[in-house]
Each structure stands twice: as C-alpha cells, then as structure tokens.
Write a protein that binds this ligand. Structure first.
Ligand code: SF4
Ligand code: SF4
Length: 167
C-alpha cells in the first residue's frame, strides 16, 4: 500500500492509464461481478488499515455537513446551531450540504480523529464508497478517490491485475 503522502502524485502519474482502465471496465465488466470485486477488496484492504494514520480524505476535501444534522452536531459539541454554523461552516454546495470553512476539514484533530465523533456525516463514514453498489456507474467518483485514498488506489491497481489490464 502506498504511503498516504504519495497517493496524489502516483495517481497523477497514472492518470491516463487509469482513465483507460475506466473505459475498459465500462466496455467489459459485468455490473454485479464488479460490485462484488470492489466489495471484497474493500473489506480485505480496510480490515487492518488504520485510517487515523492517513486522513487524506479529511485533509484534501472540505467537510460536508448535511443541513439536517446541524442541530445534532451542535448539541454534540455543546454549542448552539447558530454558533456551530458561524464557527465552522460556510455556504452550501449543490446538494444542500454545508461546507466546512477550511480544507483540511475544521473537525480534523491532530491525532487523526474527528471532532464530531460518531456524529460524523455518513458521507465521511462511507468514503471512499468502494463497497457501495453500482460502481460501474460511478467510476469517475472512484477515480477521484484513487487520487486521495491509498486504499482506493490499491483497489484500482488490484482490479487491473484481476482483469489482466495492460495499457
Ligand atoms: S478512507 Fe482512505 S483517505 Fe480516508 S483516511 Fe481512510 S485510507 Fe485515508
Ligand atoms: S467531518 Fe470529520 S470525518 Fe468528515 S472530513 Fe471532517 S474531520 Fe473528516
């Protein structure tokens, strides 16, 4: 597995090959079988991986907080919803989620944990989505994750091997 600091650089180097593999999958992969392959690699590679030693996803993106979770998150931090928004958040994205003011995310703590604890948004818990269904229709999202997440990078490399892909 690549060290987290090298993922962006290595993904950039393989950008063309990775796009070609995406096209290969679109033309050749079976949707259900591909989901099973993604899910199996996701489970195997995350099983012993300590995300607290990486946190590239929290460092390279703004946090995205659904409007419906503001009250719960504010309560968790012991402040009012108004203070929560004022202190940590800025405008909403196209899906109606608030963005954190900063990237790295404002809730990332120095030990790699999230200040929101178990209240962290589902999108954070599910990242990099490699065990989610319908990967064949979300391969651009997979490619985004390949440039951020060492596990997603490794999953994509293993899939190339499984499919015997040569550029
Ligand atoms: S999900 Fe991926 S990018 Fe995020 S901390 Fe874990 S290994 Fe790193
Ligand atoms: S809310 Fe927490 S888990 Fe999500 S990006 Fe921010 S620090 Fe990471």
């Amino acid at each position: 597995m690549l060290p987290p600091r090298k993922v962006k650089f290595e993904a950039k180097k393989r950008e063309r090959e990775n796009l070609e593999f995406r096209t290969f999958l679109k033309c050749n992969a079976d949707e259900k079988e591909l989901d099973e392959q993604f899910a199996a690699l996701h489970e195997e590679l995350f099983e012993n991986y300590d995300c607290n030693k990486c946190r590239n996803c929290c460092k390279m993106y703004h946090g995205s907080i659904p409007t419906a979770e503001i009250e719960k998150d504010a309560l968790y931090l012991g402040i009012s919803s108004e203070n929560f928004i004022e202190q940590y958040l800025q405008g909403k994205d196209s899906e109606g989620n608030y963005q954190t003011k900063n990237s790295p995310c404002d809730f990332l703590q120095t030990d790699g944990s999230c200040k929101l604890g178990e209240c962290k948004p589902e999108n954070c818990k599910n990242y990099p989505y490699t065990n989610q269904p319908e990967r064949l229709w979300s391969l651009y999202s997979v490619l985004d994750a390949v440039g951020v997440c060492p596990v997603a990078f490794e999953i994509y490399e293993r899939l190339k091997q499984e499919y015997g892909f040569r550029k």
